[in-house]
Design a protein around this ligand. Structure first.
Ligand SMILES: NC(=O)c1ccc[n+]([C@@H]2O[C@H](COP(=O)([O-])OP(=O)(O)OC[C@H]3O[C@@H](n4cnc5c(N)ncnc54)[C@H](OP(=O)(O)O)[C@@H]3O)[C@@H](O)[C@H]2O)c1
Length: 266
């Protein structure tokens, strides 16, 4: 079969997607390989994909939006999010999907009775999460540090505020999609406000993975069930693999092998 896959991003050396996909390709006996592609200019995404004869790819920061504009066809919820993280080549056409969104939803299935969500941050991940939650009947509010990025959410019919104009409310789940806590020890919101919000919520999620961020430490302090972004990462990869191979393999097997690969991480 000899299939070739990649992940596009900048930076890209940290990505664990090659580990997850190669372990699974290998375990399923598929003749294929998944590599990293360090893209500098997002406008070259489509040409780079075709010139290297890739069969499928994932796209990460900061190219999810620009890749969306270079596909021949977009399927599913990616049409609303206007950003993709997965593409496949079919009949020399590039077809784009967003598996971050359903991957996130899958990751919170064990949290029951969620009717309202507060999403901290208004970037690409917030768009994916807001759209999938709304599609599943959950009322979403977006809270961002500054104004420009909340425009998309307001235009799309969400309740969206900057720090300046937000008024405290109660939410079933609080989701941190900002990069606060990724490379530093900062909170995604002013401490006093965040304390009030966490105190009054049921669950907390941070999309940052393999790290107990200051946000999650606060959730722990207030005894709220919480989780990091590992499961989201796992499920978006499972769904992408399933798309790469047109549902040919059992999803349970893909998940099983990807979970094993995850355990190999230091
Ligand atoms: N687990 C997974 O599978 C998964 C998947 C995708 C992404 N992620 C993670 O999600 C995070 C966000 O990614 P993204 O693509 O959505 O990023 P993005 O598009 O760059 O958006 C970042 C958002 O965070 C806000 N922000 C950044 N630093 C902040 C700070 N110190 N305090 C408060 N707000 C801050 C920004 O606010 P402004 O608008 O004011 O700048 C912006 O709204 C990253 O940590 C990424 O690694 C995880």
């Amino acid at each position: 079969m000899n299939k070739l896959f990649t992940i596009f991003g900048d930076p890209i050396s940290h990505s664990i997607s090659p580990l997850l996909h190669n372990f699974t390709l290998n375990s399923l006996g598929i003749d294929g390989c998944y590599i990293r592609t360090h893209l500098k200019d997002g406008n070259t995404f489509r040409d780079t994909f075709f010139n290297n004869k890739f069969d499928g790819a994932n796209i990460t920061v900061p190219f999810k939006e620009v890749a969306f504009t270079q596909c021949d066809e977009i399927r599913g919820i990616a049409n609303e999010i206007k950003a993709i993280n997965t593409v496949i080549k079919r009949d020399d056409k590039l077809i784009g999907y967003n598996t971050d969104a359903p991957g996130f939803y899958e990751s919170i299935r064990e949290f029951s009775d969620i009717k309202s969500a507060l999403i901290l941050g208004a970037g690409g991940t917030a768009k994916a999460i807001a759209n999938i939650l709304r599609a599943n009947g959950i009322k979403c509010t977006i809270l961002n540090r500054s104004h420009p990025r909340i425009e998309y959410f307001i235009k799309s019919g969400f309740r969206a505020y900057s720090w300046e104009d937000f008024k405290v409310d109660r939410f079933d789940i609080i989701i941190n999609t900002t990069s606060a806590g990724l490379k530093d020890d900062t909170l995604p919101l002013k401490k006093k406000l965040l304390t009030e919000l966490i105190n009054d919520t049921k669950y907390c999620i941070d999309v940052i993975y393999n790290k107990q961020t200051p946000f999650l430490k606060m959730a722990k302090k207030y005894k709220k069930p919480y989780k990091d972004g590992s499961k989201m990462l796992l499920f978006q990869a499972v769904l992408a693999f399933d798309i790469f191979f047109d549902n040919r393999y059992k999803k349970d097997d893909i998940e099983k092998y990807m979970k094993r690969a995850f355990k190999l991480l230091p």
